[in-house]
Design a binder for this molecule. Structure first.
Ligand code: PMP
Length: 366
């Protein structure tokens, strides 16, 4: 604590990101990065953008990038917002669409699962938005009936993190219809669908639904499926009014959130769909193989549609399993939280990395 901190900063509980070891030597399966490199076209585009033009500010509207995204998803550029990682896009969306308690006595809590991306409660706290965590079922699936009640909106990653479980298209449409009804608060109720991992699922992408559901905002990242966690690019797709809301927040904060190199690289990544289809086909195949192998070894494995597995040793506490893996040079993620403290989230690496991981899991059980 510092006397220089204001009340907001004193009462925050910031998000703690996964460890990024500065020395090599680890098999790094802890932050859901893609184990394969980005498309060579991305590197070329960034190299081309490296030059005297860096003296100039970047395009604040990210015009080329938004046009590429619009084409890829079959929407209009006005229905696309780009930002500095999906974390920033999510932070702006919370600020734009959910009602803070301090300003409105009638503000209803927003809803999201009790087990989900741990940044959501941090954003809610940052913007003073009341929230109610909604318990997942015992098997970590979402019961949509739990969300059809008075609220200020909802947030859901699809597939969910860190469980990897997905919500079906028909369940999502039911929620969108329910949330489209007149809310009791002062603003319409937005459903934020965080699709950070959707590319690793089956037919999960909800962006086409924005044409019929003006209360839907899908949020995307290039950190996972596009193997560009180091570039920090995310985007959102939704109806024009939602996108304008995001622009209003951004332009009250920092007009140039995406630099020239990021815009060039991200545009090339979006345009090179064939390269990424192949990369992510490999990630999915490895995930399915490792999942089956772990089940064979007697571990509990939650069915995953993402680029990670949520697993539990039936013989030991999560922290012990985590420590054992770390001692063997394998870094995974452990969340010391109710209901999931005995689980570990394991990102999918290359086949060689996962074979090494499976070998360690086999020796642990023995
Ligand atoms: N949403 C979810 C569910 C995530 O797991 C992550 C990665 N930590 C993000 C959003 C943020 O991704 P980024 O800021 O790298 O785009």
């Amino acid at each position: 604590m510092s006397i220089y901190w204001n009340h907001r900063v004193k009462t925050l509980s910031p998000y703690i990101p996964g460890e990024q070891p500065q020395k090599g030597g680890f098999i790094k399966l802890n932050t859901n990065e893609n184990p394969y490199p980005p498309s060579p076209k991305v590197i070329e585009a960034i190299q081309k953008a490296l030059g005297a033009a860096l003296r100039l500010y970047p395009d604040p509207g990210c015009t080329e990038l938004r046009a590429a995204i619009a084409q890829r998803y079959g929407v209009m550029p006005e229905q696309v917002f780009a930002g500095n990682g999906s974390d920033e896009v999510l932070a702006f969306a919370f600020a734009a669409f959910f009602e803070p308690a301090g300003e409105n006595q009638k503000a209803l809590p927003i809803l999201f699962p009790d087990i989900t991306y741990s940044f959501y409660p941090v954003y809610a706290q940052l913007w003073d938005i009341p929230f109610t965590p909604v318990p997942l079922a015992a098997d970590f699936s979402i019961t949509i009936a739990d969300y059809t009640r008075a609220s200020g909106g909802m947030v859901i990653p699809n597939p969910n993190a860190p469980t990897g479980r997905a919500l079906s298209r028909s369940d999502l449409v039911s929620l969108l219809r329910f949330y489209a009804q007149e809310g009791e608060g002062t603003c319409g109720r937005v459903v934020l669908v965080d699709e950070a991992y959707a590319a690793f699922g089956g037919d999960l992408e909800a962006a086409p639904l924005i044409q019929e559901h003006p209360n839907l905002l899908t949020v995307h990242t290039l950190s996972k499926a596009a193997a560009l966690a180091g570039l920090r690019v995310g985007f959102a797709i939704g109806n024009r009014e939602l996108i304008q809301g995001l622009c209003r927040v951004r332009d009250a904060f920092n007009s140039y959130t995406l630099d020239r190199l990021a815009q060039a690289g991200a545009t090339a990544a979006i345009l090179d769909a064939p390269y990424y289809a192949e990369v992510n086909r490999k990630v999915i195949a490895t995930r399915n193989r490792v999942s089956a192998a772990l089940l064979g070894l007697g571990y509990e494995v939650i069915p995953s549609q993402a680029n990670f597995l949520f697993i539990r040793s039936r013989q030991s506490r999560g922290i012990q399993f985590f420590t054992f893996l770390r001692e063997q040079g394998i870094l995974v993620r452990h969340f010391n939280k109710p209901r999931i403290a005995d689980f570990l989230r394991v990102s999918i690496g290359t086949d060689e990395e996962m074979d090494r991981f499976l070998g360690v899991c086999e020796s642990y059980r023995a």
